[in-house]
Design a protein around this ligand. Sequence first.
Ligand SMILES: [Zn+2]
Length: 247
Amino acid sequence: MELRILGSHNMESHGTRFETHLIDGILALDAGGLTRSLTFEEQENIQAIILTHPHFDLIRDLLPFGLTMRDSGVTVDVYGIKDTLDLVAEKLMEGSLYPPFLEFPSPETPIYSMQEIEPLKDFQVLDYTVKAVPVPYAVPAVGFMISSDDVSVFYTGDAGRGVSDAWQHAAPDVVLTEVTFRNRGEQTAIDSVHMTPAYLRKDVVRIQTAKRVSAQNDCRTHKPSYKEEIRVEVKHLAEADMMMSLP
Ligand SMILES: [Zn+2]
């Protein structure tokens, strides 16, 4: 399995992009920063998109990507829980911002086909076995366990403290997760239901008791000052026997 991090931030600038990750060039995890890191040819290889929740920084590029696919004759499956798909359909796909991609260019072969999924039940996406697991967050949200023949990845999406409850339902080889706030921003993290390095340690270490994991830390910083401080705090976790890397 090849994992490409296309974007991992919730604010954009010259050096930061909204969140999206790409598996084997064909399966996108969220769609905030889907188009701007890829050539048109690379975009046209994408066959399915999985959405964790419908915040703008995770869904925005469904619109430009839809236009990329206009002449492809391909329908891309978009997977998510009902709350997510309903909001995307209502706010992004109803035709006032861009073409109504759920029935465009034709109702028979639209750009997107919504696939509602039920948490905690395995389903098949391309050659991957996928399971949605609810995670603590400010809106209904799920993380995804994605398994291929050789490896399994758990992508938490946005999540706050207590994400370790997901380990009852998933035992991945790799955790792809977030840290939005610094340790000294704990109250803000609690209020907005995001992670700090300290929470990351508690939640990811729990899974390490059962299984050795590599944690790809997804540093969703607001500003460079946050990023550098978080980087230092996460590096301390690495010294505490976690295999950790920052994009
Ligand atoms: Zn969010």
